[in-house]
Write a protein that binds this ligand. Structure first.
Ligand code: PEP
Length: 249
């Protein structure tokens, strides 16, 4: 079912004490009934966050996981481990994972399979670099990321997928895609899904926009027909700005 979603990706920020300060503030907030709120703290804060928010309507996401279920992969973390500390969702394919940790579409397809096997919800990130956009290659690039990373899944699996369109040139740069650019790409993603699956599946998937979303630009972006919310980096680190974005629909 298509939902309004705001997910905060903390990246490599907030140790346990900083997490606790955030949570104390977050728990004082009134949460809208019609918006799914998610936060993705670092692994070290997942379980504390889960326990702290047990009584609150905030879902917990991890920022990454390994494609294998277990084994000799020093420093890695499995889907089962994430679930055991309360994370029901995982972000896969973030552009920082693709760029700095060599995660290509083939690895991401494996991660998608493992997350689904473990009944996790996936926020699957796609997005073009500035050069792709300048060369007019952005639609083709997005189509390839979708077809190689995600379009092997079965129809039924789509209920566990959230797509996040995050143009790389807008992440952490202060430069946001215009509402029209966001809408144009979200519409294209839905059209591509309809061609590969069905219009029903395409209409039901939630597609988030990510890339320098802030309290002052969120409502215009969220007001676009095919934008169902946002994946928020920097502005999710402070409760005040995060909640202003949550309340921007
Ligand atoms: C992100 O990391 O997914 C993101 C969109 O970051 P920012 O909001 O800081 O651009």
């Amino acid at each position: 079912m298509r939902k309004k979603i705001v997910a905060g990706n903390w990246k490599m920020n907030n140790d346990l004490a900083e997490t606790e300060m955030f949570l104390v503030e977050l728990k004082k907030q009134v949460f809208p009934d019609d918006v799914v709120i998610m936060i993705a703290p670092p692994f070290t804060s997942l379980n504390h966050t889960f326990r702290s928010l047990r009584e609150h309507p905030v879902a917990l996401a991890a920022q990454n996981m390994h494609q294998s279920n277990e084994g000799a992969f020093t420093g890695e973390i499995s889907a089962k481990m994430l679930k055991s500390v309360g994370a029901s969702t995982v972000i896969l394919g973030h552009s920082e994972r693709r760029a700095y940790f060599n995660e290509d579409n083939a690895i991401l397809a494996e991660k998608v399979n493992t997350a689904l096997e473990n009944q996790m919800t996936i926020i699957f990130c796609i997005g073009e670099e500035l050069d792709d956009r300048k060369n007019g290659n952005h639609f083709e690039l997005i189509k390839t990321q979708l077809s190689e990373g995600l379009f092997h899944i079965a129809d039924e699996a789509w209920e566990n997928i959230i797509i996040a369109y995050e143009p790389v040139w807008a992440i952490g740069t202060g430069e946001t895609a215009s509402p029209e650019q966001a809408q144009e790409m979200h519409e294209f993603i839905r059209k591509t899904m309809a061609e590969n699956y069905s219009k029903t599946i395409a209409d039901e998937v939630s597609i988030l926009y990510g890339g320098s979303v802030k309290p002052d630009n969120a409502s215009e972006i969220f007001g676009q027909d095919d934008v169902d919310g946002g994946l928020i980096g920097g502005a999710s680190l402070k409760v005040e700005s995060f909640m202003k974005i949550v309340n921007s629909f």
